[in-house]
Design a protein around this ligand. Structure first.
Ligand code: TXE
Length: 485
């Protein structure tokens, strides 16, 4: 079987290129996929452009487009275990986590299937009975959707589902490291009735096809999730033709623990906040900010529990977290830790590359940190957490906002008033009070500051793929008399 989907046909790469896919848990090559080059990316853009411009896709009712999303969700559900296994092999994450991700993806498809038809325009009261004025929503056009390797199917669904609900056509480019579930997703969309040309899939490295996809004048919008530096490149490339850009670029997310919190819950969730999926989560709680009075005992227990976390491969059901995505990424994480220590952070556990196959990295805790340290400011995207302390509420807020990112944050306290004050003062796109990580497709997700532009999920997640058009109808035209006859 061939792996690129262009204009309704599964094809190999124009130049016959392939890429080996490596399982991060043991470093072995377990499959090969076709690897697109610029010619394939261009063909995919052309297909999406002509499918959009021919007009028939946007004429298909939003209810029918929603039905395609519903059917796709059903098809994925029938093969949930297969999807989860493929996701585990590509990412190295535990099968248990992969199952959650696939179930989340299905929920998201169903949400946008339902949301689409509820989005109507509005009429505007101009105060003049001869004027009919309405605002209507129309699809942006051709959307390029670029996704990362940490949640491959989920990230693809977060973009594809609203694109279809809105009536856009699209080119999906998943991370070159984790293509499997995007291929399966594309097949499910086709089986669910997505017409040829509407959805196109190209697999390949950002370095070789990214520029073609993001700079093309035939593309109306780019939605990108990935690293900050790549995001800047994507935005610069899209700027040449003033494309609409949506960016989700990660975070350095504070997790504030007040002394009056339910400390058992806070402790347990502080572990999940950072060590879930070995920290390869854009909203990972990588900055633990603890009230000084409880800091000593809290940290002692936190370190003890972190040391016991069991690392293991995709199908090791007893493992608690998995490998990092690649050797290059593990080296980057390790260098990050070394730099933190050289800047004065105290290594309390982890920080060493383990022997053996796979790209595992142990839970790592850096204490005595201050905001000027790079390990506090920059994203490691690994299982590395820094510890800071505070004595007042104002200080906690100031620390948590002292970052160029602004994706997510959490506050733990049993004082309802304090939790609300802190939540309101934090400059991050999602705030959890007495929890960490949950999200729902009905609520917007995205970042303040350099965490990104725009929102995914929720009504605003659909709006990203829509243009608002104002139609002003004078039912009783007359000369304006502004200029003489
Ligand atoms: O991501 P890239 P990388 C962060 C995390 C990580 C860092 C780098 O800090 O350490 O990013 O990871 C495609 N034009 N996040 O290098 O390169 C690429 O092929 C267009 C946070 O793996 O950003 C892939 O499909 N596209 C993040 C996607 O961009 C390009 C999740 C993301 O890869 C491109 C992942 C180009 N010039 C990493 N170059 C999150 N926000 O959740 C690459 N790509």
């Amino acid at each position: 079987m061939t792996d690129l989907h262009i204009n309704g046909v599964w094809v190999a790469a124009h130049d016959g290129a392939e890429r080996e896919i490596i399982c991060p848990a043991d470093g072995t090559v377990f499959k090969k996929v076709d690897e697109a080059g610029p010619a394939d990316a261009q063909a995919a853009i052309d297909a999406a452009r002509s499918a959009f411009d021919s007009g028939w896709w946007t004429q298909i009712s939003v209810i029918q487009r929603g039905a395609i999303l519903e059917r796709t969700g059903d098809l994925i559900e029938e093969r949930l275990e297969e999807f989860a296994q493929a996701e585990s092999m590509d990412t190295g994450k535990r099968i248990v986590e992969a199952r959650y991700d696939i179930a989340d993806s299905i929920r998201c498809l169903r949400y946008f299937a339902q949301l689409g038809p509820t989005f109507s325009g509005r009429s505007v009261d101009t105060g003049d009975s001869h004027i009919q004025s309405r605002v209507q929503y129309e699809p942006v056009g051709v959307a390029v959707l670029i996704t990362p390797w940490n949640y491959p199917l989920l990230q693809a669904v977060w973009k594809v589902a609203p694109a279809i609900a809105a009536g856009c056509t699209f080119v999906l480019k998943p991370s070159e490291l984790t293509p499997s579930t995007s291929i399966m997703f594309m097949q499910a969309l086709v089986d669910a009735g997505l017409p040829p040309g509407v959805g196109n899939l190209v697999l390949g490295a950002g370095a070789s096809i990214g520029e073609t996809l993001t700079s093309s004048s035939k593309v109306d919008m780019v939605s990108f999730t990935g690293g900050l530096e790549t995001g800047k490149r994507v935005m610069a490339s899209a700027a040449a033709t003033i494309k609409k850009v949506a960016l989700e670029l990660g975070g350095k997310n504070p997790n504030i623990i007040f002394a009056d919190a339910d400390l058992e819950a806070a402790l347990d969730n502080a572990l999940t906040a950072i060590f879930l999926h070995s920290g390869q989560v854009c909203s990972a709680g990588s900055r633990l900010i603890v009230e000084q009075s409880i800091h000593h005992s809290f940290l002692q227990e936190f370190v003890e529990r972190a040391k016991k976390i069991r690392l293991g491969g995709p199908f090791d059901e007893s493992a608690e977290t998995g490998a990092l995505i690649s050797e290059a990424h593990r080296n980057k994480v390790h260098t990050f830790v070394e730099k933190g220590v050289s800047e004065g952070a105290e290594l309390l556990c982890g920080g060493e590359i383990p022997e053996g196959p796979g790209y595992f990295y142990p839970p790592t805790i850096l204490a005595n940190c201050t905001t000027h340290m790079s390990c506090v400011q920059d994203e490691s995207f690994g299982p590395v957490v820094t510890i800071e302390t505070f004595t007042t509420e104002e200080q906690a807020i100031a620390l948590a906002n002292d970052t160029y990112y602004g994706l997510a944050g959490a506050v733990w306290t049993q004082d309802a008033g304090k939790s609300q004050r802190v939540a309101n003062a934090l400059r991050h796109g999602t705030i959890w009070i007495n929890d960490f990580h949950p999200y729902v497709p009905q609520a917007e997700w995205g970042g303040f500051k350099q965490s990104g532009i725009g929102r995914e999920l929720g009504p605003n997640g659909l709006l990203e793929y829509l243009e608002a058009k104002h139609v002003y109808h004078n039912t009783s035209p007359a000369p304006s008399g502004w200029f003489g006859a």
